[in-house]
Design a protein around this ligand. Structure first.
Ligand code: C5P
Length: 225
């Protein structure tokens, strides 16, 4: 790459879904493809950053030239993020499962002939973004979260920015008719302490490049003209 604006900087990126086991062969998951997180990791790499890419079981392969840390569950993801610190920036693009099964079975659950299905109980997973945002020591200089919203996008994303102590929230409109979830394009609004900045609809790879440039501006305190 010709542009090394982020050389010497370390960025942690989370990506993909998490899988929360029910038993050794079954799990709870979500439809995240990992496309946006993967594109962000590649864009940061292209600016010269060292990237720790902490990924759940995504559909798209991880980019080359980054440190790939594969995890399954939210708890594993949190520990992997912790192990990757210190970092200059953290971009939390993973679709972390909000709950895990608290009564997961050590062996495959069998039909017992009674006709009664098993009952799953849930417990809340750690919120990795909120955890890193609130770190007293070793908090990355720039913490970026995502917010997939279906209504009142800016309102909900702004309150998420405050609640999770993120510096920025990349908000996207995931109403089914947008085709964004699982699609190649994204329409995002960047929420910072200065307000909301609506970006035009563009390829996820272009959102990633633009976001990486903004991260470089922020970490190096410079805007290139
Ligand atoms: O609250 P919500 O899930 O909408 O927040 C989304 C943001 O929080 C994303 O940046 C996501 O990666 C992060 N998150 C997390 N850990 C969780 C839940 C969400 O890091 N357990």
């Amino acid at each position: 790459p010709v542009d090394h604006r982020l050389s010497g900087k370390h960025v942690i990126v989370t990506s993909g879904p998490t899988h929360e086991p029910i038993d050794p062969v079954r799990y709870i998951a979500n439809r995240s493809s990992g496309a946006q997180g993967t594109a962000i990791a590649a864009a940061l790499r292209d600016l010269g950053a060292r990237v720790s890419f902490v990924t759940g079981p995504a559909e798209v392969p991880p980019p080359h030239g980054v440190d790939v840390i594969r995890v399954q569950t939210a708890e594993e993801m949190r520990r992997a993020v912790e192990a990757a610190l210190p970092a200059d920036a953290a971009v939390m693009a993973a679709a972390v499962a909000d709950w895990r099964v608290s009564n997961a079975n050590g062996s495959k659950i069998k039909k017992d002939g009674s006709g009664r299905p098993p009952v799953l109980e849930f417990t809340e997973n750690p919120d990795i973004l909120a955890w890193i945002g609130a770190l007293e020591a070793g908090r990355p200089e720039l913490v970026v979260g995502f917010a997939a919203e279906t209504d009142d996008v800016i309102l909900h994303a702004s309150s998420k920015r405050m609640r999770k102590r993120a510096d920025w929230i990349v908000a996207n409109d995931v109403r089914p008719e947008t085709g964004i979830m699982g699609g190649a394009e994204n329409a995002v609004t960047l929420i910072t302490h200065e307000g909301a900045e609506e970006w035009p609809r563009m390829a996820k790879s272009d959102v990633a490049i633009r976001l990486a440039e903004r991260i470089a501006d922020s970490l190096t305190g410079s805007v290139l003209f």
